[in-house]
Every structure is written in C-alpha cells, then in structure tokens.
Write a protein of this length. Structure first.
Length: 140
C-alpha cells in the first residue's frame, strides 16, 4: 500500500541564497523598490544582485555577507555618512557608489561624502556611465 503524497512527511529544503560563486556580488540599497528591481534586471546577468531598502539592514548582515560593491540611493546626511563609514570599517575592501540629487546647500557634506565613497552620481544620471563604473570597480 502506498502513502498519499499529502500524508508523507518531508523535511523542507534549506533556504539557499541565489549566489553564483564565480560572480561578484552587488547590493542595491534604495527605498524605491521599483528602482531596485530595474537595476537588478540590468545587472543580474553579470553579478549576483541583492537588494535592501535601508543601510541599517545591510550593516547588520555585512560581517557574513559576500558583498563586493554597494550602490546606495540616498541623499547625503550625517546619518548616511556614518553608516557608510561603519560599512567601510566592517568591510574595508567593499566599493561604495552613491546616487542622489545634488543640492548646493549640502555642498560641504557632499565633499565629505566624496572622500568616503568610491563614486557619486547625481540624479538624473546616465545608467551606462554608472554601469561602466561598477564594472571598473569590480574588475580590480
């Protein structure tokens, strides 16, 4: 007599990250989920892509996370700058690119952020230029 499928007890498969070991990993950090989805689709053929909506979540997972580059979609602020500095302290070899709308009133903070990150692109930006910079940073 056979046991029906619904009555069989099976162990669920462990959750596996969709990470291909031969690919570098980029993290897209933006509160705009549609933006993350669009960039994920653009980069998924070349890189492992992980998305998050805030830097706090990323900071909590960095020690065990294989990220090579973080793309941050957030305006310059003291809090964002502190989070970026914390990220660099946790993982010094990680590359960071920031995307935001430039404001002359944030000029002094912008100069500080420039020293903390590998690249800044002001919105609106040319996606081809950002993509090329990502490729350049991850080639090294």
């Amino acid at each position: 007599m056979t046991t029906p499928m619904s009555a069989r007890r099976t162990q669920p498969e462990p959750v596996r990250a969709a990470v291909e070991e031969h690919k570098k990993t980029i993290v897209l950090c933006s509160p705009d989920l549609n933006f993350c989805l669009s960039l994920s689709m653009l980069f998924q053929d070349r890189y492992n892509v992980v998305t998050t909506s805030d830097l706090e979540t990323l900071l909590k997972s960095v020690p065990a996370f294989p990220a090579d580059l973080v793309l941050v979609d957030a305006g310059p602020s003291q809090k964002t700058l502190q989070q970026i500095e914390d990220l660099k302290r946790l993982k010094s070899q990680i590359s960071i690119i920031m995307l935001y709308v430039y404001s002359a009133k944030d000029g002094a903070l912008d100069r500080v952020v420039r020293r903390a990150v590998d690249a800044i692109f002001y919105k609106p930006f040319e996606i081809g230029t950002v993509s090329q910079r990502i490729d350049d940073l991850l080639r090294n």
